[in-house]
Design a protein around this ligand. Structure first.
Ligand SMILES: O=C(O)CCC(=O)C(=O)O
Ligand SMILES: [Fe+2]
Length: 235
């Protein structure tokens, strides 16, 4: 397995947590499922998801019709807009890793957007007005600040939940203030993101495509345990 920054600098696996604190994203090459499991476990506990197997892996491939409910839209060939994984749960996981097992015939491009940049572009006042709302769901702040100026972003914009501006009572697409990074990942390539900071998504695709996902937390005794409270918001 090889780890790279977005600018192509190579990292050692033991530098991952530090780098997720600084940049929020690391790219993976020549990766197997065993590699991502040990990488995520070096950061903290693996998170078991309703769609995952007992080891925490979720196989994301077209399995259900495109007309399905939005919580299962990952398992279709449809576009997935930028989102936080488990955004409507009380405590979304801090770490998300995805590795491509088989790339699509066409499309299936990975989209990434830096929430720290979105916050900076929106400004703290506008950001503080945004809540994530969905039928039958508890409202959550889109940008949730902790006492030590850390911020957890939670975001999705689909039939399950939408961001609302509480001053205008309208839904707003906060991702329009940035251009997402587009990456064509091939077999064995992937990414790890700080899920409280980076949004991810993909374009629609044709053919078969398979991605393996693993979610995780930050170890309670980690030097970087503050990552569980989000990214460092600029003053
Ligand atoms: O298919 C992908 O590249 C990502 C899928 C995803 O983000 C999800 O299912 O939550
Ligand atoms: Fe996702």
């Amino acid at each position: 397995m090889r780890l790279m920054t977005l600018s192509g600098m190579e990292l050692r696996p033991e530098e991952i947590t530090e780098f997720l604190d600084v940049e929020g994203v690391v790219l993976l090459r020549e990766t197997s499922s065993g590699d991502i499991r040990s990488l995520i476990r070096s950061i903290g506990p693996v998170y078991v998801h309703p769609h995952s197997d007992q080891d925490g892996f979720t196989k994301i491939s077209p399995q259900v019709p495109a007309t399905t409910d939005h919580n299962s839209r990952g398992l279709t060939r449809a576009r997935l807009r930028l989102h936080t994984d488990r955004s409507t749960s009380a405590d979304p996981p801090a770490i998300l890793a995805c590795v491509v097992i088989q790339s699509a015939e066409t499309g299936g491009t990975t989209l990434l957007a830096d929430g720290a940049q979105i916050l900076h572009m929106l400004g703290p006042r506008t950001a503080a007005r945004m809540i994530l709302k969905g039928d039958g769901l508890t409202d959550h702040a889109v940008f949730e600040f902790s006492d030590n100026r850390r911020c957890r972003l939670r975001y999705r914009d689909d039939d399950v939940a939408k961001p609302w501006d509480t001053s205008t009572n309208r839904s707003v697409d906060i991702t329009s203030v940035v251009s997402p990074i587009e990456i064509e990942l091939r077999c064995g390539e992937g990414y790890v993101v700080h899920n409280h900071r980076f949004l991810h998504g993909r374009t629609a695709f044709r053919g078969h495509r398979e991605v393996l996902r693993l979610l995780g937390g930050i170890a309670a005794d980690s030097r970087y345990r503050f990552l569980a409270q989000g990214f460092r918001a600029r003053p």
